[in-house]
Design a protein around this ligand. Structure first.
Ligand code: CMX
Length: 436
């Protein structure tokens, strides 16, 4: 058993036993109540899912095993050959076993993913058969699904695997799938935007550094950006649409490939991960409409108001849980302040940060007028030459695999059951209110 798997087995076995006895002793303890606005309002805030890897606080933002973004940036090891950012390999380790890894652990995980990174030829053939204008997220989902025939979980399940081994097969699938994603995603990028001029992996690099290399954007700063990007998008507790989708699908014992492909379908919606492409598209349209890439604050305010008046949302602003500026936005802003001098699009993002919250706040209905993670990422990617914004959500998706795959390992190790909440119809709801 490898070193990470061994640790995971020990940690998850003891929690499993604890959960079993807690369920027996306190199964009927009432934790929370549900009100009508939650039923009608997209189940906001209903506590109904176990998710070990991270938790989201409305004010403070995401905490990975109790660690905020600045804390993980400080505690997690960086690339052994230099680089300014902590490695997402370390975050996966932390999420999976609740321990800060050593530099040696992280180097081991980089090597392990490198060994598992081969994407099957058939997947490339499937992708090459798709029309070039198929959205990159759709290609990504098809690519992931096409690898499902390699699922160790599905194979062992068909052979009659004992349920006490589910966690083991899930761990193997999770590790293989994560390892393959940079090659899959960069294949899609190079196919669509660089005439299928593919770049071989650099086996001396870490997972994100190699991803940056295979995308074809060289330079240490872009590698650092990819490490940061993969770190901050990885997990946002279990209730967000992509994580929840993975959790739901995986609860049927659908394997990691099927669960993650389904999660990517959720991420591809404009209210969720697609917002990162929508933000920069909207900024480009604003610049075209105003006729400059250096708009004044007054021009920006007018454009924001125009967008709202036409019945559209301001992409990159608002959140279902957060009630303060997203720490993931702040982390990217700090990166841009340190590494990017004089980018018109980054300056626009910062001007938007100054004016949009007041405008949205003035509408009186928006619960969170602050920027979320998607408000900043596009402008930085454009600065480094990754201008093809239809691809941006794939980057988000590669990172999100770290959280949802770690969580799937936990779900199978803890033996969490099939997810099955109760739906009601409107008549039932009205009668319930009347009877109350
Ligand atoms: N611009 C304009 N109106 C907004 C808004 C925004 N950015 N954010 C919220 N609102 C509106 C909602 O559309 C809703 O209006 P109606 O009552 O007319 O339907 C009202 O304000 C109340 O919504 P809310 O409770 O504040 O927000 P929700 O929890 O329902 O939705 C979110 C959250 C993210 C979908 C929403 O803020 C939004 O659409 N933002 C823009 C898209 C975006 O950036 N999504 C990315 C989120 C992060 C991620 O998952 O990647």
């Amino acid at each position: 058993m490898d070193r990470l798997k061994q640790k995971f087995f020990e940690k998850s076995s003891s929690l499993k036993a604890e959960i079993k006895s807690l369920a027996k002793a306190h199964g009927s303890t009432v934790i929370d109540k549900v009100d009508v606005s939650q039923i009608l309002g997209g189940m906001r805030g209903i506590k109904s899912m176990l998710w070990e890897t991270s938790e989201l606080d409305a004010q403070e933002g995401i905490r990975f095993r109790g660690n905020s973004i600045p804390q993980i940036q400080e505690k997690l090891p960086k690339w052994k050959n230099g680089g300014t950012q902590s490695l997402p390999e370390g975050l996966f380790w932390l999420m999976l076993v609740d321990e800060i890894p050593t530099a040696e652990d992280v180097a081991w995980l980089s090597d392990e993913w490198e060994k598992r990174a081969t994407v099957p030829r058939a997947t490339f053939d499937v992708l090459n058969a798709l029309p070039m204008d198929t959205h990159p997220m759709t290609q990504f989902i098809i690519g992931i699904s096409s690898m499902q025939s390699d699922s160790i979980f599905a194979k062992r399940y068909a052979e009659g695997m004992n349920k006490s081994d589910y966690w083991d097969a899930t761990y193997e699938d999770a590790m293989n799938l994560i390892a393959r994603l940079p090659a899959l995603a960069s294949f899609i990028y190079r196919r669509i935007y660089h005439d299928s001029n593919h770049i071989k992996p650099d086996t001396n690099l870490d997972w994100s550094g190699n991803f940056a290399h295979m995308l074809g954007i060289e330079g240490e700063d872009f590698k650092s950006l990819m490490r940061l990007y993969m770190l901050i998008h990885a997990d946002h507790e279990g209730g967000n649409a992509s994580a929840h989708t993975a959790h739901l699908v995986n609860s049927t014992l659908a394997d990691a490939y099927l669960s993650y492909a389904a999660a990517m379908g959720s991420l591809a919606g404009p209210l969720h991960g697609l917002a990162n492409q929508e933000v920069i598209k909207w900024i480009f349209e604003m610049c075209d409409s105003i006729g400059t890439t250096k708009p004044t604050k007054e021009q920006i305010v007018a454009y924001v108001n125009e967008t709202l008046a036409s019945g559209k949302v301001i992409p990159g602003y608002g959140h279902a849980v957060l009630r303060e500026p997203d720490p993931r936005f702040i982390a990217q802003k700090k990166f841009a302040e340190e590494f990017i001098k004089d980018s018109d699009y980054v300056n626009i993002v910062w001007k938007l940060f100054e004016v949009v919250p007041e405008i949205l706040g003035g509408l009186g209905k928006v619960k969170n007028p602050w920027p979320n993670v998607d408000a900043h990422s596009g402008a930085i990617l454009v600065h480094y030459g990754l201008t093809e914004y239809s691809f941006y959500t794939v980057l988000f998706g590669v990172s999100r695999a770290l959280g949802v795959m770690a969580a799937s390992c936990w779900s199978r190790a803890l033996g969490l059951p099939l997810e099955r909440p109760k739906s009601v119809n409107f008549t039932w709801l009205k009668n319930q209110i009347k009877n109350d």
